[in-house]
Design a protein around this ligand. Structure first.
Ligand code: SAH
Length: 353
């Protein structure tokens, strides 16, 4: 729970915690339920029409309730994907993407302002990590996107800006909040993507929150992985895959691996064979490989692969008995893989200053 001097960050509270807070304010408990419902709808305090004015004034004094502000919004003409740049309370910006699938809407959310993991191909990490998001700031992306689009979010992927397991406690609290009655998004509809923080993967396995774990692998051996992901210097692939096995054993959830195809770096058919062999040898349990075609970020100089090469890579994995699919790219026309919007907006501010 974040306290801003005497103010309590009420959207980071569970319904039970909110009820205690409301009672401490000397208000009847049913007000907590009303407030909770309004917050889930992403409504500002002034819209909470069934709450007495006096109560709202009291909340203004004692509670912190700041909704993300839509700074920019892009809608794909191709498939209706909506990309948001949200400004938080202190002006920091993060991105969320609303993707519409036949089985429901998925929102990709950010967990940190910036990132300190330093992956070579990623725009989110280019200017480091500014700060962690609070549980309410992660949740706020969902309520704000739902309110703006008029659509319900059925699933969440934690694949936006930041490394979720580098903001462990706030992310766990967020998962508890989002799984609660009002949002009721089941853990099975939530994917958490990590660059591979081994101790945190093991902790997560023990939380009793069976989210789908996606692990960014991007290479089949440590030497290659170290070239593009600094975290590989800390945790070798062997330890990482051992933590993934543990995750499967504890949760029964099949682990997914993300593998971004980068031209000349990791996209040959020999790489596909080595990856399939690695997973067969070390993972043992069924797992899935998501092949992602690199979204080029000009600063990195890295190049993407063509569709034919991606297809050949995928086919080779399947031939060797390893499940793999090329991730569908939604919102191709509004582009900007995670972190690019935030980066360009920060640059604009720097140039103006
Ligand atoms: N920090 C988490 C979430 C990051 S974003 C993680 O590392 O997994 C989700 C996925 O997108 C990760 O697999 C990440 O490596 C990948 N990614 C980041 N930038 C990319 C780019 N420019 N092109 C393709 N994939 C990218």
């Amino acid at each position: 729970m974040e306290k801003n001097e005497t103010k309590t960050d009420i959207m980071s509270l569970t319904e039970a915690e909110l009820t205690d807070f409301i009672k401490d304010l000397g208000q009847p408990a049913f007000r907590a339920k009303q407030l909770y419902l309004w917050m889930q709808a992403g409504a500002p305090l002034e819209e909470m029409s069934n709450l007495p004015k006096k109560f709202r004034e009291l909340l203004n004094e004692r509670a912190e309730y700041k909704l993300p502000k839509i700074e920019r919004r892009f809608v794909s003409q191709k498939d209706g994907t909506v990309k948001y740049l949200f400004a938080l309370n202190d002006g920091e910006c993060v991105e969320s993407v609303l993707m519409k699938y036949s089985y429901g809407n998925t929102l990709c959310v950010s967990s940190q302002a910036g990132c300190r993991m330093g992956c070579k191909f990623c725009a989110s990490t280019l200017s480091g990590r500014v700060r962690n998001l609070t549980p309410s700031e992660i949740l706020g992306q969902i309520t704000a996107a739902e309110r703006d689009s008029g659509e319900r979010v059925h699933g969440i992927v934690m694949m936006g800006i930041g490394e979720p397991l580098d903001n462990y406690d706030n992310v766990i609290k967020f998962l508890h909040l989002v799984g609660e009655d009002g949002h009721g998004i089941g853990m099975r509809h939530i994917s958490l993507s990590t660059c591979g923080l081994v101790p945190q993967i093991r902790h997560l396995a023990e939380e009793g929150l069976p989210v789908t774990l996606s692990v960014s692998l991007h290479a089949h051996c440590d030497d290659r992985r170290k070239k593009i992901m600094p975290i590989a210097n800390k945790y070798p692939i062997e330890e990482l895959l051992s933590a993934c096995r543990y995750y499967f054993e504890k949760t029964g959830r099949r682990v997914s691996f993300e593998y971004t195809l980068i031209s000349g770096e990791n996209d040959s058919l020999d790489d596909a064979r080595a990856l399939a062999a690695l997973l067969k040898r070390e993972m043992k349990y069924p797992c899935h490989v998501n092949l992602i075609m690199l979204n080029e970020v000009s600063e990195t100089g890295l190049k993407t692969v063509d569709k034919t090469q991606a297809k050949l890579f995928e086919a080779e994995m399947i031939r060797l008995g390893q499940n793999a699919t090329i991730r569908r790219r939604l919102g191709g026309d509004i582009d900007a893989s995670c972190g690019q919007l935030r980066l360009s907006r920060n640059r604009e501010i720097e140039t103006k200053a």
